[in-house]
Write a protein that binds this ligand. Structure first.
Ligand code: CTP
Ligand code: CA
Length: 224
């Protein structure tokens, strides 16, 4: 796959991609977030644009400049990401969820800065919306690609997510100590119903091109 050119394989298609972390406010000056750098999602956005797609990148806060030729929709919270994605996927052909969306948000966001009045404190959290699963449950979803960030049981967990979120493909990613998050390289295993493709350790940009060429192939053969 490494040598496959991606030019044109997605031409005429609209691709919506989420990238980066989300931030869930605790109070006006604090938030809950994660170690996602956004590098993988941005690399996928660039590869999809190279492949000729119209690309909309719904992005959490990251330290990456906006890639040329891509529409960037900045968001902070999981709720905002869901709203932006719902608006964008209506006429999209492919949705790729590369964002590390917060699974929980504060049940109540304090209006004022929380003071350290006691030795211990507990934050009450409630589930944030699952952006990808919500799109997966919609009436006529686009071709859906998820990522699965796992520290263990990578294949089993990825396949469970493929099925439970009604995905067409999932890119499984071993994360944890020294792996994936905030790195420039990564390795992925792609799964779809009845197929699997390993993408071995490579730069995130090379990996993104490989991912895009497999997505294009699966997209063209969907429903067959
Ligand atoms: N995802 C999402 N919205 C969320 C959580 C996850 O859109 N609130 C998407 C991610 O962008 C990714 C996929 O769902 O494409 C899987 O994310 P992951 O965190 O690996 O799995 P979860 O379903 O959140 O399950 P868990 O964290 O418990 O493993
Ligand atoms: Ca999660």
């Amino acid at each position: 796959y490494a040598a496959l050119p991606v030019e044109g394989v997605l031409s005429g298609l609209k691709v919506v991609i989420t990238a980066g972390p989300t931030r869930e406010a605790i109070d006006p000056v604090r938030f809950i977030s994660n170690r996602s750098s956004g590098k993988m999602g941005y690399a996928v956005a660039e590869a999809a644009r190279e492949a000729g797609a119209t690309v909309v990148l719904v992005t959490g806060p990251v330290q990456i400049p906006t890639p040329a030729g891509i529409e960037r929709v900045p968001v902070e919270t999981a709720d905002q990401m869901l709203a932006a994605v719902q608006k964008q996927v209506a006429d999209a052909d492919i949705f790729i969820a590369a964002a590390a969306v917060s699974d929980y948000k504060c049940s109540e966001v304090a209006c004022q800065k929380i003071k350290k009045t006691s030795d211990n404190m507990t934050l009450a959290l409630s589930r944030a919306p699952d952006v990808l699963a919500t799109i997966g449950r919609s009436e006529s979803p686009p071709f859906l690609v998820g990522f699965a960030a796992e520290t263990e049981n990578v294949e089993a967990n990825a396949l469970t997510k493929l099925n439970s979120k009604n995905l067409d493909m999932i890119a499984a990613n071993k994360v944890g100590e020294g792996l994936a998050f905030d790195k420039d390289d990564n390795a992925l295993t792609l799964y779809w119903r009845g197929g699997k493709q390993e993408l071995t350790l490579n730069s995130k940009s090379a990996l993104a091109r490989q991912l895009v060429s497999v997505i294009a192939e699966r997209y063209r053969s969907r429903g067959k």
